[in-house]
Ligand binder design. Sequence first.
Ligand code: PEP
Length: 251
Amino acid sequence: MARKKIVAGNWKMNKTSIEAKQLVSELIPLVEGADVDVVVCTPFTALCTAAEALAGTPIAVGAQNLHFEEKGAFTGEISADMLLALGVKYVIIGHSERRQYFAETDETVNKKIKTALAKGLVPIVCCGESLEQRELGVTSELVRSQIKIAFSGVTAEQMRGIVIAYEPIWAIGTGKTATAEQANEVCAVIRSVIGELYGAAVADVIRIQYGGSMNAANAAELMAQPDIDGGLIGGASLKAEDFSKIVRYKG
Ligand code: PEP
């Protein structure tokens, strides 16, 4: 089955709301007519402006995190309902920077996924190994375990709409991209775990992105791999032209 590719920009802690408006305005004409799903995941403070500027366009807006509780005394946190009220459709969950700097674990990732799904947000769930783990030869084991814990309690029906991003930590923001074969190998492992847990039909429709220094020069080769269904793009999503070249990776 042909899966529609999905390219999402993770802006991280970059761009004020004014800068976000400028960036998405530049992006709209550059990606017009593209045959992939396009998402921009802006900081919380730019979601409103970005959603307003992108209303009526095919570009969707995503957040970079959410809290798993519905509401209450969680100072500094943002709920699913708050995101939905702004027109947000996607939410990145479990990015390695959140695991590394903000104590996110597979268990909190699981809670966040369940909340996002219950509320109707589409999770982009990140997983991936460190350089040390790769060198120890435990990449497949680690990713399998991340996936199993992350999706514990998620139904097969819910799984169909989820996006998974395989992001080797050693390739994020480093300029070191996994080779297309390395990236595809782990994406295939992820698809096979999903198959074991949910059956072949779900494994066949779920979209798995690669993320880690993807750019205009390497996008086509990565996207041509059979188990890679798009990209989660950090640095190269901060310039409309660079990002649009990845969206238009076919040239
Ligand atoms: C990311 O942060 O998800 C990412 C892939 O970053 P970069 O493209 O800059 O490596």
